[in-house]
Design a protein around this ligand. Structure first.
Ligand SMILES: Cc1cc2nc3c(=O)[nH]c(=O)nc-3n(C[C@H](O)[C@H](O)[C@H](O)COP(=O)(O)O)c2cc1C
Length: 169
């Protein structure tokens, strides 16, 4: 599959088949993540790979938009060194690399909010950090749920001419 095709194929998939993702497949996702660009190539990211059902159950209850963690065989929590001023940009690039690679591998994935939201009534990233024992030096950017898709969504571009400004605004 061509990269562009995988980019269009990537959709937020929230329903998954009961089928495990192998450690080899997980490594491919993580390799894609760590191949992302980062400012000064500082690679401020760290990843918590969660397969355990009980732990995923806890993550699914963090807020009302995280329910799919309970059913997805895999959740990868993306964290970054908060002392690095561009950790959010760098970790976002790593996250998108994983989502596009998942699409290329025939997997479905979904970005689940953590940083900057208070859907739980508290700082969602902190709630996730407390569940997983993530140290205070790291910020939690997002959770990514992955699994073999049990729903179909059409690829699409969303290209909109109005969003593009040539030469100057
Ligand atoms: C920063 C960010 C936060 C998101 N948070 C959630 C979330 O908490 N739960 C969820 O189900 N989807 C979440 N999404 C997925 C979006 O709802 C989804 O990307 C958007 O509706 C477009 O659909 P598509 O991904 O299929 O193209 C999030 C996406 C981003 C980029």
């Amino acid at each position: 599959m061509e990269t562009f095709e995988a980019i269009l194929k990537r959709r937020s998939i929230r329903r998954y088949k009961i089928k495990d993702i192998t450690d080899k497949e997980i490594k491919r996702l993580l390799e894609a993540a760590m191949a992302a660009p980062s400012a000064h190539n500082s690679q401020p990211w760290e990843f918590v790979v969660v397969k355990d059902k009980e732990m995923r159950g806890k993550l699914s209850k963090v807020h009302s938009y995280a329910w799919m963690c309970a059913e997805s065989p895999l959740v990868i929590v993306v964290c970054g060194d908060k002392d690095n001023i561009q950790w959010i940009e760098d970790c976002s690039a790593a996250s998108e690399n994983m989502l596009v690679t998942a699409a290329e591998m025939g997997l479905g994935g979904c970005w689940i909010a953590a940083r900057g939201t208070k859907y739980s009534g508290k700082d969602d990233g902190q709630v996730i950090a407390d569940i997983l024992g993530i140290p205070k030096t790291l910020g939690v950017l997002c959770m990514l749920s992955f699994g073999y898709p049990d729903e179909e969504k059409a690829p699409r571009t969303q290209y909109t001419e109005d969003k593009v400004h040539w030469e100057r605004y």
